[in-house]
Design a protein around this ligand. Sequence first.
Ligand code: BES
Ligand code: ZN
Length: 398
Amino acid sequence: MLSAIASLLCVTLLGLQAGALPVDDFSVTSQKFLSGEVPAGFSINLDEERLVQFSEDETPVWMTEREKIRAKALGRKFFDITDTPTFMPAPASLAALKAYPKVNKQGLVKPVIANLTVDGMITNLQKFTSFRTRYYRSETGKQSQQWLVQRIGEITEQYASTDLADLITITEFTHPWGQNSVILRIKGASEEATAQNGTVLIGAHQDSANMIPFLPAPGADDDGSGSVTILEAYRGLLASNYTPVQDVEFHWYSAEEGGLLGSQAVASTYAQRGINIHSMIQLDMTAWVKKGTREEIGIVTDYVDADLTQFIRTLVDAYCSIPSVDTQCGYACSDHASWSKVGYRSAFAIESTFENSDKNVHSTNDRLDISPEFDFNHMLEFSKLTVGYIVETAGWAK
Ligand code: BES
Ligand code: ZN
């Protein structure tokens, strides 16, 4: 009787967690997958002990990878801090408040924006979602990462002038789990300006995950959409022969779904090396426009820098054809939080309010052909925002 009440309570509570399966479905299905053998193509040790932090005011706890996967499927939110249990914060001087300028480079930004299209985003996302899963501990997750590196190389070759190509480097930030984070840098014309004002970062996460990691995860919206959105912004900038004054970096993080693992490794390394970062903006989920709702750009207001966030609102007003709307995740829901954690300024733009966002995430239905609500023209608005952010902050060396 008591256990019946307890499980009823459990179902009710868990039913409230966004993205969680009803507990019965999940416990039956997960039992099957998490108690048996790890299938071929995955390198996961389900018994490995991981250090997990559920919220800022809770002490981190050790649990097995199996328990961690269950916790996520049950809707719990966390950082996995096993590899970064302590971190060196970014030197305070580097994170010092810099007043954001008024948006004033319309003359430079608008011609770039005019040349952005959905064409590349469609073909890139079709390919990216064709990997069975981009799970960070899977073979196909490694293959999708290799494809991404190759695609960035092709775009660079096709669109960068010879002078510009000399300023571009594509680096794999290696992680112990197989799928690496990818870092694309356009070196700025002024080393002094980069040292003084910092590198400008734009990020997305390349990995996908089914709630049960061994099942397919096309990850079209989460976060294939953000990944190809920033790639299109890059293509557009190259096609306009853009040379920044300060360094600009595009980051495609691995293992966001494992608890912000890739971005924590990258951010803590940058902080440790004392690298000056101007600011970081994350794009995670840029495609969904819920039927019957107004098309908007969601501006996340928790776990972010308030001034940078205000600056993004002004960028949306200047460069996007839809308005912004404030929203909250309620937890450290994507890679921007890894940068905030070490003391850098970060912000997060998302497809809509949290409530109106795509509910197919972490399932086999996170597909680009699932519904007309998956909208490439909506993604294009985020490419415009990316171009505006980069040119306004990193400048344009003519
Ligand atoms: N893109 C999601 C976050 C999200 C989900 C935003 C739904 C808006 C609506 C992200 O990839 C994610 O899944 N984050 C994890 C937390 C992370 C720390 C492991 C999550 O929400 O469970
Ligand atoms: Zn996710």
